[in-house]
Design a protein around this ligand. Sequence first.
Ligand SMILES: Nc1ncnc2c1ncn2[C@@H]1O[C@H](COP(=O)(O)OP(=O)(O)OP(=O)(O)O)[C@@H](O)[C@H]1O
Length: 310
Amino acid sequence: MSAPEDRAAVEAVAVTRRFGSFTAVDAVTMTVEPGEVVGLLGANGAGKTTLMRMLLGLLPTSEGTVRLLGGPPNRERRRNIGYVPQNLGLYRDMTLLENLQFVAGTYGTPVPRLDDDLARYTDVLVGSMPLGAQRQAAFVAALSHRPRAVLLDEPTSGVDALARARLWDTIREQSDAGVGVLVTTHYMQEAQQCDRLLLMSHGRLVAQGSEKDVIGDTRALAVRTDDWAAAFTALDAAGVAVILDGRAVRVADAAPGEVRALLAAAGLRADVESVPATIEERMLVLAREGDADRASGAAPAADDRRAHSG
Ligand SMILES: Nc1ncnc2c1ncn2[C@@H]1O[C@H](COP(=O)(O)OP(=O)(O)OP(=O)(O)O)[C@@H](O)[C@H]1O
Protein backbone atom coordinates (compact mmCIF):
# COMPACT_ATOMS: atom_id res chain seq x y z
CA MET A 1 0.00 0.00 0.00
CA SER A 2 1.28 3.50 -0.82
CA ALA A 3 2.35 5.87 1.97
CA PRO A 4 -0.27 8.53 2.77
CA GLU A 5 1.91 11.28 1.29
CA ASP A 6 2.05 9.41 -2.06
CA ARG A 7 -1.69 9.20 -2.46
CA ALA A 8 -3.60 11.63 -4.64
CA ALA A 9 -4.78 14.56 -2.57
CA VAL A 10 -8.16 14.40 -4.27
CA GLU A 11 -9.44 12.04 -6.91
CA ALA A 12 -12.66 11.56 -8.88
CA VAL A 13 -13.28 8.44 -10.96
CA ALA A 14 -16.14 8.65 -13.49
CA VAL A 15 -18.10 10.92 -11.20
CA THR A 16 -21.56 12.05 -12.27
CA ARG A 17 -24.06 14.22 -10.46
CA ARG A 18 -27.63 14.66 -11.59
CA PHE A 19 -30.24 17.04 -10.23
CA GLY A 20 -33.50 15.50 -11.43
CA SER A 21 -33.12 14.97 -15.17
CA PHE A 22 -30.30 17.58 -15.40
CA THR A 23 -26.70 16.31 -15.40
CA ALA A 24 -24.49 18.93 -13.69
CA VAL A 25 -21.32 16.78 -13.68
CA ASP A 26 -20.91 14.08 -16.29
CA ALA A 27 -18.44 11.18 -15.85
CA VAL A 28 -15.49 13.29 -14.68
CA THR A 29 -12.21 11.58 -13.87
CA MET A 30 -9.46 13.75 -12.39
CA THR A 31 -6.79 13.90 -9.69
CA VAL A 32 -4.78 16.45 -7.76
CA GLU A 33 -1.43 15.15 -6.57
CA PRO A 34 0.33 16.34 -3.40
CA GLY A 35 2.23 19.57 -4.07
CA GLU A 36 0.32 20.29 -7.27
CA VAL A 37 -1.81 23.36 -8.04
CA VAL A 38 -4.58 22.32 -10.41
CA GLY A 39 -6.82 24.98 -11.95
CA LEU A 40 -10.44 24.04 -12.62
CA LEU A 41 -11.82 26.27 -15.38
CA GLY A 42 -15.14 26.58 -17.11
CA ALA A 43 -17.97 29.00 -17.82
CA ASN A 44 -20.61 29.76 -15.21
CA GLY A 45 -22.67 26.64 -14.63
CA ALA A 46 -20.04 24.27 -16.08
CA GLY A 47 -20.18 22.14 -12.93
CA LYS A 48 -17.03 23.22 -11.05
CA THR A 49 -18.64 23.87 -7.67
CA THR A 50 -20.74 20.72 -7.90
CA LEU A 51 -17.59 18.67 -8.60
CA MET A 52 -15.79 20.32 -5.67
CA ARG A 53 -18.67 19.65 -3.30
CA MET A 54 -18.66 15.97 -4.28
CA LEU A 55 -14.88 15.78 -3.82
CA LEU A 56 -15.37 17.13 -0.31
CA GLY A 57 -18.14 14.66 0.47
CA LEU A 58 -20.61 17.54 0.96
CA LEU A 59 -22.77 16.33 -1.91
CA PRO A 60 -23.34 12.65 -2.78
CA THR A 61 -22.37 11.47 -6.26
CA SER A 62 -25.05 10.00 -8.54
CA GLU A 63 -22.38 7.66 -9.97
CA GLY A 64 -18.65 7.17 -9.65
CA THR A 65 -16.12 7.29 -6.84
CA VAL A 66 -14.52 10.15 -4.95
CA ARG A 67 -11.38 9.78 -2.84
CA LEU A 68 -9.83 12.30 -0.49
CA LEU A 69 -6.27 11.55 0.63
CA GLY A 70 -6.63 7.97 -0.56
CA GLY A 71 -10.08 7.08 0.77
CA PRO A 72 -13.74 8.08 0.95
CA PRO A 73 -14.29 11.66 2.13
CA ASN A 74 -15.27 10.78 5.69
CA ARG A 75 -15.12 13.01 8.75
CA GLU A 76 -11.56 12.01 9.66
CA ARG A 77 -10.15 12.75 6.19
CA ARG A 78 -12.06 16.00 5.99
CA ARG A 79 -10.10 17.14 9.03
CA ASN A 80 -7.07 17.22 6.73
CA ILE A 81 -8.79 19.31 4.08
CA GLY A 82 -9.05 23.07 3.76
CA TYR A 83 -11.99 24.51 1.84
CA VAL A 84 -12.75 28.08 0.86
CA PRO A 85 -16.25 28.12 -0.66
CA GLN A 86 -17.43 30.93 -2.94
CA ASN A 87 -19.27 32.59 -0.05
CA LEU A 88 -16.07 32.25 2.05
CA GLY A 89 -17.60 30.14 4.85
CA LEU A 90 -17.07 32.81 7.53
CA TYR A 91 -19.79 34.13 9.85
CA ARG A 92 -20.36 37.70 8.71
CA ASP A 93 -22.04 38.69 11.97
CA MET A 94 -19.07 37.54 14.08
CA THR A 95 -15.74 39.34 14.41
CA LEU A 96 -12.65 38.01 12.69
CA LEU A 97 -11.27 36.80 16.02
CA GLU A 98 -14.54 35.05 16.92
CA ASN A 99 -14.51 33.31 13.54
CA LEU A 100 -10.93 32.13 14.04
CA GLN A 101 -11.67 30.98 17.60
CA PHE A 102 -14.62 29.01 16.26
CA VAL A 103 -12.47 27.31 13.60
CA ALA A 104 -9.70 26.62 16.12
CA GLY A 105 -12.27 25.10 18.50
CA THR A 106 -13.63 22.88 15.72
CA TYR A 107 -10.22 21.48 14.81
CA GLY A 108 -8.68 21.62 18.28
CA THR A 109 -5.81 23.78 16.98
CA PRO A 110 -4.39 27.09 18.26
CA VAL A 111 -6.00 30.32 17.04
CA PRO A 112 -3.88 31.27 14.01
CA ARG A 113 -1.67 34.39 14.17
CA LEU A 114 -2.66 37.24 11.92
CA ASP A 115 -0.25 39.31 9.89
CA ASP A 116 -0.35 43.12 10.26
CA ASP A 117 -2.71 43.52 7.31
CA LEU A 118 -5.36 41.37 8.93
CA ALA A 119 -4.60 42.05 12.61
CA ARG A 120 -6.23 45.49 12.36
CA TYR A 121 -9.58 43.72 11.74
CA THR A 122 -9.33 41.43 14.78
CA ASP A 123 -12.41 42.91 16.46
CA VAL A 124 -14.26 43.92 13.29
CA LEU A 125 -17.35 42.03 12.10
CA VAL A 126 -16.33 39.99 9.06
CA GLY A 127 -19.27 41.43 7.09
CA SER A 128 -17.79 44.92 7.60
CA MET A 129 -14.29 44.02 6.37
CA PRO A 130 -13.19 44.88 2.80
CA LEU A 131 -13.66 41.93 0.44
CA GLY A 132 -9.91 41.45 -0.08
CA ALA A 133 -9.38 41.17 3.69
CA GLN A 134 -12.36 38.80 3.99
CA ARG A 135 -10.81 36.53 1.37
CA GLN A 136 -7.43 36.67 3.12
CA ALA A 137 -9.19 35.79 6.38
CA ALA A 138 -11.00 32.87 4.72
CA PHE A 139 -7.58 31.52 3.67
CA VAL A 140 -6.22 31.87 7.21
CA ALA A 141 -9.25 30.02 8.57
CA ALA A 142 -9.08 27.27 5.93
CA LEU A 143 -5.34 26.72 6.44
CA SER A 144 -5.18 27.04 10.23
CA HIS A 145 -5.26 23.28 10.83
CA ARG A 146 -2.46 22.61 8.28
CA PRO A 147 -4.52 20.64 5.76
CA ARG A 148 -2.90 18.29 3.22
CA ALA A 149 -5.30 19.21 0.45
CA VAL A 150 -6.98 22.54 -0.20
CA LEU A 151 -10.00 23.26 -2.38
CA LEU A 152 -10.59 26.90 -3.29
CA ASP A 153 -13.75 27.98 -5.14
CA GLU A 154 -13.04 31.29 -6.88
CA PRO A 155 -10.90 32.44 -3.97
CA THR A 156 -9.84 35.74 -5.50
CA SER A 157 -13.11 36.79 -7.12
CA GLY A 158 -13.75 40.53 -6.84
CA VAL A 159 -10.45 41.50 -5.20
CA ASP A 160 -7.83 43.87 -6.63
CA ALA A 161 -4.66 42.74 -8.36
CA LEU A 162 -2.44 43.25 -5.31
CA ALA A 163 -4.73 41.22 -3.03
CA ARG A 164 -4.92 38.52 -5.73
CA ALA A 165 -1.14 38.33 -5.92
CA ARG A 166 -0.96 37.95 -2.12
CA LEU A 167 -3.51 35.14 -2.15
CA TRP A 168 -1.53 33.41 -4.89
CA ASP A 169 1.63 33.69 -2.78
CA THR A 170 -0.26 31.80 -0.10
CA ILE A 171 -1.40 29.15 -2.59
CA ARG A 172 2.21 28.66 -3.74
CA GLU A 173 3.47 28.40 -0.17
CA GLN A 174 0.96 25.62 0.38
CA SER A 175 1.95 23.66 -2.72
CA ASP A 176 5.67 24.13 -1.91
CA ALA A 177 4.89 22.50 1.43
CA GLY A 178 3.41 19.47 -0.38
CA VAL A 179 -0.26 20.42 -0.16
CA GLY A 180 -2.41 19.51 -3.19
CA VAL A 181 -4.48 22.51 -4.30
CA LEU A 182 -7.59 22.53 -6.52
CA VAL A 183 -8.65 26.05 -7.43
CA THR A 184 -11.43 27.41 -9.62
CA THR A 185 -10.92 30.77 -11.23
CA HIS A 186 -12.27 33.01 -13.96
CA TYR A 187 -8.99 34.96 -14.18
CA MET A 188 -6.85 33.67 -16.98
CA GLN A 189 -3.63 35.11 -15.47
CA GLU A 190 -4.31 32.87 -12.50
CA ALA A 191 -4.89 29.87 -14.72
CA GLN A 192 -1.38 30.46 -16.04
CA GLN A 193 0.02 30.10 -12.52
CA CYS A 194 -1.38 26.58 -12.13
CA ASP A 195 0.73 23.47 -12.69
CA ARG A 196 -2.09 21.84 -14.60
CA LEU A 197 -5.51 22.83 -15.89
CA LEU A 198 -8.84 21.02 -16.12
CA LEU A 199 -11.44 22.52 -18.41
CA MET A 200 -15.11 21.78 -17.82
CA SER A 201 -17.95 22.54 -20.19
CA HIS A 202 -21.57 21.55 -19.56
CA GLY A 203 -20.53 19.15 -16.81
CA ARG A 204 -17.90 17.36 -18.87
CA LEU A 205 -14.15 17.47 -18.53
CA VAL A 206 -13.31 18.49 -22.08
CA ALA A 207 -9.57 19.19 -21.89
CA GLN A 208 -6.72 18.92 -19.42
CA GLY A 209 -2.98 19.43 -19.17
CA SER A 210 -0.68 22.43 -19.39
CA GLU A 211 -1.93 25.68 -20.89
CA LYS A 212 -0.22 24.64 -24.12
CA ASP A 213 -1.87 21.20 -24.08
CA VAL A 214 -5.28 22.72 -23.48
CA ILE A 215 -5.02 25.32 -26.24
CA GLY A 216 -3.61 22.75 -28.67
CA ASP A 217 -3.63 24.10 -32.21
CA THR A 218 -6.75 26.23 -31.73
CA ARG A 219 -6.41 29.53 -33.59
CA ALA A 220 -8.15 32.86 -33.18
CA LEU A 221 -8.42 35.99 -35.30
CA ALA A 222 -6.92 39.34 -34.32
CA VAL A 223 -8.95 42.15 -35.91
CA ARG A 224 -7.10 45.45 -36.30
CA THR A 225 -9.30 48.41 -37.05
CA ASP A 226 -9.63 52.05 -35.99
CA ASP A 227 -13.31 51.56 -35.25
CA TRP A 228 -12.99 48.73 -32.75
CA ALA A 229 -16.37 49.46 -31.12
CA ALA A 230 -18.26 49.21 -34.44
CA ALA A 231 -16.31 46.05 -35.35
CA PHE A 232 -17.19 44.45 -32.03
CA THR A 233 -20.87 45.39 -32.40
CA ALA A 234 -21.09 44.08 -35.99
CA LEU A 235 -19.40 40.76 -35.19
CA ASP A 236 -21.35 40.27 -31.98
CA ALA A 237 -24.63 40.92 -33.81
CA ALA A 238 -23.62 38.28 -36.39
CA GLY A 239 -23.29 35.72 -33.60
CA VAL A 240 -19.54 35.02 -33.90
CA ALA A 241 -17.49 34.42 -30.73
CA VAL A 242 -16.03 37.92 -30.45
CA ILE A 243 -13.98 39.10 -27.47
CA LEU A 244 -13.01 42.66 -26.64
CA ASP A 245 -9.74 42.85 -24.72
CA GLY A 246 -9.16 46.55 -24.08
CA ARG A 247 -9.47 47.90 -27.62
CA ALA A 248 -8.27 44.69 -29.24
CA VAL A 249 -11.00 42.77 -31.05
CA ARG A 250 -10.46 39.01 -31.22
CA VAL A 251 -12.61 36.29 -32.65
CA ALA A 252 -12.51 32.66 -31.59
CA ASP A 253 -13.62 29.85 -33.83
CA ALA A 254 -14.35 31.62 -37.14
CA ALA A 255 -12.82 31.61 -40.62
CA PRO A 256 -10.90 34.78 -41.63
CA GLY A 257 -12.94 35.10 -44.83
CA GLU A 258 -16.22 35.05 -42.92
CA VAL A 259 -15.03 37.76 -40.51
CA ARG A 260 -13.64 39.93 -43.33
CA ALA A 261 -16.96 39.66 -45.16
CA LEU A 262 -18.95 40.60 -42.05
CA LEU A 263 -16.74 43.64 -41.42
CA ALA A 264 -16.91 44.72 -45.07
CA ALA A 265 -20.70 44.40 -45.01
CA ALA A 266 -20.71 46.75 -42.01
CA GLY A 267 -18.61 49.23 -44.01
CA LEU A 268 -15.50 48.71 -41.84
CA ARG A 269 -11.88 48.55 -43.00
CA ALA A 270 -9.88 46.05 -40.96
CA ASP A 271 -6.88 43.71 -41.01
CA VAL A 272 -7.77 40.18 -39.94
CA GLU A 273 -4.90 37.91 -38.93
CA SER A 274 -4.95 34.30 -37.74
CA VAL A 275 -3.04 33.95 -34.44
CA PRO A 276 -2.68 31.24 -31.74
CA ALA A 277 -5.70 31.25 -29.43
CA THR A 278 -5.52 32.19 -25.77
CA ILE A 279 -6.89 29.91 -23.12
CA GLU A 280 -9.97 32.10 -22.79
CA GLU A 281 -10.65 31.72 -26.49
CA ARG A 282 -10.15 27.96 -26.26
CA MET A 283 -12.72 27.87 -23.47
CA LEU A 284 -15.14 29.87 -25.55
CA VAL A 285 -14.75 27.43 -28.44
CA LEU A 286 -15.32 24.45 -26.14
CA ALA A 287 -18.37 26.06 -24.55
CA ARG A 288 -19.88 26.79 -27.98
CA GLU A 289 -19.19 23.21 -29.11
CA GLY A 290 -20.95 22.01 -25.96
CA ASP A 291 -23.90 24.32 -26.67
CA ALA A 292 -24.12 22.95 -30.22
CA ASP A 293 -23.93 19.34 -28.97
CA ARG A 294 -26.72 20.01 -26.50
CA ALA A 295 -28.88 21.75 -29.08
CA SER A 296 -28.54 18.81 -31.47
CA GLY A 297 -28.71 16.18 -28.70
CA ALA A 298 -25.42 14.76 -30.03
CA ALA A 299 -22.99 12.61 -28.06
CA PRO A 300 -19.69 14.26 -27.02
CA ALA A 301 -17.03 14.44 -29.70
CA ALA A 302 -14.32 11.75 -29.72
CA ASP A 303 -11.84 14.17 -28.10
CA ASP A 304 -14.29 14.77 -25.27
CA ARG A 305 -14.67 11.06 -24.66
CA ARG A 306 -10.89 10.70 -24.44
CA ALA A 307 -10.78 13.54 -21.91
CA HIS A 308 -13.37 11.73 -19.78
CA SER A 309 -11.22 8.71 -19.33
CA GLY A 310 -7.99 10.57 -18.67
N1 LIG B 1 -28.79 21.83 -5.92
C1 LIG B 1 -28.98 22.01 -7.23
N2 LIG B 1 -30.15 21.72 -7.81
C2 LIG B 1 -30.36 21.88 -9.14
N3 LIG B 1 -29.40 22.31 -9.98
C3 LIG B 1 -28.20 22.60 -9.47
C4 LIG B 1 -27.92 22.47 -8.07
N4 LIG B 1 -26.62 22.84 -7.84
C5 LIG B 1 -26.12 23.19 -9.06
N5 LIG B 1 -27.07 23.04 -10.02
C6 LIG B 1 -26.89 23.32 -11.45
O1 LIG B 1 -25.77 22.59 -11.90
C7 LIG B 1 -25.04 23.35 -12.86
C8 LIG B 1 -23.60 23.47 -12.41
O2 LIG B 1 -23.55 24.37 -11.31
P1 LIG B 1 -22.17 24.71 -10.60
O3 LIG B 1 -22.48 25.66 -9.47
O4 LIG B 1 -21.47 23.46 -10.26
O5 LIG B 1 -21.39 25.46 -11.76
P2 LIG B 1 -20.03 26.27 -11.69
O6 LIG B 1 -19.20 25.80 -12.82
O7 LIG B 1 -19.46 26.17 -10.32
O8 LIG B 1 -20.53 27.75 -11.98
P3 LIG B 1 -19.99 29.16 -11.39
O9 LIG B 1 -18.71 29.46 -12.11
O10 LIG B 1 -21.10 30.10 -11.75
O11 LIG B 1 -19.83 28.99 -9.92
C9 LIG B 1 -25.76 24.69 -12.98
O12 LIG B 1 -26.61 24.64 -14.11
C10 LIG B 1 -26.57 24.78 -11.71
O13 LIG B 1 -27.74 25.55 -11.89
